[in-house]
Write a new protein. Structure first.
Length: 370
């Protein structure tokens, strides 16, 4: 009997392991969200973020419980451990730490952030939820100080907006899309930090929108999702066209349309693309995986706040659904990548605001106790 029981146990264990193999996982188990240090500011959403070195910075934003007050605080997040911390940075081994406030008389929300080299930038947005702004500011992490830079525009006319998107490259950055509460934009502005000057590039060829998600991978920018009040390549108010951008190409030659993020093709690959479209989502890139470099979008809204998470494969131009975000459904969260590690933090849903921060492990099985 003992031998028979041992054999049966072995067979049951083998079956259990097989049933939980990665290939047979439901999307709800395909990836693991792990809680990290709680955001040190008030719970909020619609903040802006940028990454410099081994740290992310999250600033500005909005708490719906104090709707007439927009935030101007800035917090640095460094995951533990922090390799190669430069001289002049904090010696704190990780977590959140408050830094110098955003340097305006009032706070703001729905601004956009980006980084160039060793500096971060935040600008545009709105102080009252209606009036768009065009001013931008540079943050020096070593000096922990802000300084104004040129406002978004051609030097004569400013082009204010909120809910814009941005691409960060080695020597310049691009701010594009957004809204001024009346119009939606598809214009593209390149910032030169040496000249402290913006120059307009031809409009992106896709749907004019706000609230899009952008990534940069191997020197190429990607723009996906977003809100538009109707028109071409829109389902309801969510955009389904998806674009990549090569900043080294002149004019509009750098733009290329990728496969739609909705079931618009007669082929079967997109039959499951039922809940990728959204706006006010967050995203990040994780390079160096055994299956290749991937990008992710999660949270956001398409009429109701979402937790659906999708993985984009740069090599195949295809999407795979992953474990939903483990926290509450929300929009207006921030997403960032630090050293090939992807994080989501903050966000709002109605009158609720959140201060959780979670890291995503795309090749682990979901563990509800993390």
């Amino acid at each position: 009997m003992k031998r028979i029981n041992t054999l049966l146990f072995s067979l049951m264990l083998l079956g259990l392991l097989f049933s939980c193999s990665k290939a047979s996982l439901s999307y709800t188990q395909n990836g693991n969200w792990v809680s990290r240090a709680i955001f040190a500011g008030v719970p909020m959403g619609y903040g802006a973020s940028f990454v410099v070195g081994d740290s992310a910075y999250v600033g500005t934003g909005f708490n719906p419980n104090t709707p007439n007050t927009k935030l101007k605080t800035l917090f640095r997040y460094a995951p533990d451990p922090i390799p190669n911390t430069p001289t002049g940075y904090d010696s704190v081994p990780g977590g959140w730490k408050q830094k110098a406030d955003f340097p305006t008389a009032k706070g703001r929300m729905k601004a956009v952030g980006f980084s160039i080299g060793k500096y971060g930038y935040i600008g545009s947005g709105t102080e009252d939820g209606v009036t768009p702004l065009a001013d931008f500011y540079k943050y020096d992490p070593v000096a922990n100080s802000w300084s104004p830079i040129a406002s978004l525009g051609d030097g004569t006319t400013n082009y204010p907006r909120f809910d814009a998107a941005a691409f960060s490259f080695d020597n310049s950055a691009f701010v594009l899309t957004g809204t001024d509460a009346q119009n939606f934009f598809g214009d593209v502005w390149q910032y030169d930090p040496v000249a402290d000057q913006w120059s307009q590039r031809p409009n992106m060829p896709g749907t004019k929108r706000s609230q899009a998600v952008t990534w940069v991978h191997n020197g190429i920018g990607y723009l996906v999702t977003g809100y538009a009040p109707g028109g071409q390549w829109v389902i309801g108010t969510a955009c389904y066209d998806f674009w990549k951008f090569d900043p080294t190409q002149p004019g509009n030659a750098g733009w290329r349309r990728l496969r739609d993020i909705y079931n618009t093709n007669s082929a079967t690959y997109d039959d499951s693309y039922t809940n990728i479209i959204r706006y006010h989502a967050a995203g990040f890139v994780i390079n160096g995986q055994s299956t290749g470099d991937k990008a992710y979008i999660t949270t956001g809204s398409n009429g109701t706040a979402s937790v659906y998470t999708w993985e984009y494969d740069f090599a195949t131009d295809l999407w795979t659904e992953k474990t939903p975000y483990e926290g509450a459904a929300r929009e207006g969260a921030v997403g960032f990548t630090i050293g090939n590690r992807g994080f989501i933090a903050t966000g709002v849903s109605g009158s609720a605001a959140y201060d959780d921060c979670r890291e995503f492990f795309p090749n682990q099985i979901y563990n509800q106790y993390d």
